[in-house]
Design a protein around this ligand. Structure first.
Ligand code: ASP
Ligand code: MG
Length: 467
């Protein structure tokens, strides 16, 4: 089971987490838990390190005091046995002393390296994991906190490390399996790993989900349950459409497509370690634990023609490269892609019409000016010759994506999508369908985005269907 930041966010939430673990343990399940930092803590740690880099000492000192107060208050609410409580408070003190010292050196060197940032940002999970474990002990159960830098072996790609599954499996099976088999409840930090020589790494923001996948695969467990604060994966963002509802079943492919196209469901890499095993994943709500949530499976039954979810990606810009002289000239798209890559931007969507007079693609908004300059440099000669007219940036756009494996090989789905948008006078600027046929994405004007989602949501199959 993996518990997210909100689930670990207060003493009451942690009590609720403990009761979920215990209830399942009492039903005979052997439960291994992976936890996030208390909500907001990782943000605070990272902000403090960044401020220290600017020479600002006040921020981290204040942050250390606030983090100390929050964690100690939580301990007081969770742990009644005096000696256990005091030794945990000592541990919190010592972890936060480390934090202050790290920020102090950052402020002197005026630099925070990716490696240093990983040590700082790992502190949130190291704190939260001890709170839950101590609470379980306080309730009379055998539990132990584990720092996953001793379990998850990764490469040295700091801030976005990738696990070595063979090395990780060996550690997890020697340290965690025997503990579980003896009836202990292990609580493991999410987010954190270490290189083979022991240097702390992290798996990227939101990476505790991924830790859940890694630990589940390494044990291996029968299932992976991801506990957050919503009733599973929703058909769309409920803040946009109140009709949004829980999706009963999704395939790995569908959920990956949703994560890629903006749904904040799961860290996109979560399913990678468990995929080959076909391990079922459940997405559940800590604060509504009897709700069945969403079941993720390798290949659920597909109901042809069904659209399962609508997602959006905001803060993107649409880049168009146009010119009459591009017709039949090979290599312009290739060189443009290379220029985009050199600018360090990732391309979310690409489309070209067969007239070849223009092509366009979508990049994160923060990168579009850099991308434009890189392309103009690459195509300078063609621009001078007027074969390429120029590079346009449209800023007020949103990507809207419909997701569903049932769209695959089913004629008429696109007609329904564009028919519905047309009836509401919503102009579609760009269309792209992935070769997986799991999704159809379009770019619309920002002012139309909310309505587009609402209109498309009406097409989402009214599925009590388990498809
Ligand atoms: N605490 C980390 C973060 O906020 C990891 C996680 O919560 O998944 O990014
Ligand atoms: Mg989180």
């Amino acid at each position: 089971m993996k518990f997210g930041g909100t689930s670990m966010g207060s003493a009451d939430a942690i009590k609720q987490v403990a009761s979920i673990i215990l209830e399942n343990a009492q039903q005979g399940h052997r439960v291994v838990s992976v936890v996030s930092a208390m909500a907001g803590v990782t943000d605070t740690l990272i902000r403090s390190a960044r401020d220290a880099e600017q020479g600002n000492v006040a921020t981290y000192k204040q942050a250390a005091a606030q983090l100390h107060q929050r964690h100690v208050e939580t301990v007081r609410a969770l742990v009644s046995a005096a000696n256990r409580r005091e030794s945990l408070i000592d541990e919190i003190r010592s972890l936060l002393d480390d934090f202050e010292q790290l920020c102090h050196s950052i402020s002197i060197m005026r630099e925070v390296t990716p490696r240093g940032m990983d040590v700082v940002s790992s502190l949130g999970e190291r704190l939260s994991c001890r709170l839950l474990s101590a609470h379980l002990q306080d309730l009379g159960y055998d539990s132990q906190a584990f720092d996953s830098n001793y379990l998850v072996v990764t490469n040295d790609n700091f801030q976005n490390a990738t696990p070595d599954m063979d090395a990780t499996r060996e550690k997890v099976q020697t340290k965690i399996l025997p503990a579980v088999e003896s009836g202990l409840l292990p609580i493991i930090t999410g987010f954190i790993g270490a290189t083979p020589n022991g240097t702390i790494t992290t798996l990227g923001r939101g990476g505790s989900d991924y830790s859940g996948g890694i630990i589940a695969a390494a044990l291996p467990s029968d299932e992976l349950w991801i506990w957050s604060d919503v009733d599973g994966v929703m058909t769309t963002d409920p803040r946009i459409t109140p009709q949004a509802r829980t999706i009963a079943t999704l395939s790995y492919g569908e959920v990956s497509e949703m994560a890629y196209f903006g749904a904040k469901v799961l860290h996109p890499r979560t399913i990678l370690p468990v995929m080959d095993m076909g391990m079922p994943i459940r997405v559940l709500n800590t604060f509504n634990p009897t709700h069945p949530g969403t079941l993720l499976r390798p290949e659920p039954e597909i109901v042809p023609g069904t659209i399962k979810a609508i997602t959006t990606v905001q803060d993107v810009h649409l880049v168009t490269v146009y010119g009459r002289g591009m017709v039949g000239v090979p290599g312009i798209a290739g060189r443009t892609f290379t220029a985009v890559a050199r600018a360090g931007a990732s391309m979310l969507m690409f489309a070209q019409s067969s007239s070849e007079q223009s092509f366009c693609f979508v990049v994160p908004g923060s990168t579009s000016q850099k991308v434009k300059k890189a392309i103009e440099r690459e195509l300078a000669l063609e621009i001078e010759r007027k074969d390429v007219g120029g590079v346009d940036i449209a800023e007020e756009v949103v990507i809207v994506t419909t997701v569903g494996a049932g769209m695959r090989g089913t004629p008429g789905v696109a007609a329904r999508i564009f028919g519905a948008l047309g009836q509401h006078n919503i102009n579609v600027l760009v269309i792209a369908q992935g070769a997986s046929e799991y999704s159809v994405s379009m770019v619309v004007d920002k002012k139309d985005a909310v309505q587009a989602v609402q209109v498309l949501h009406d097409l989402v199959s009214n599925g009590k269907s388990r498809g």
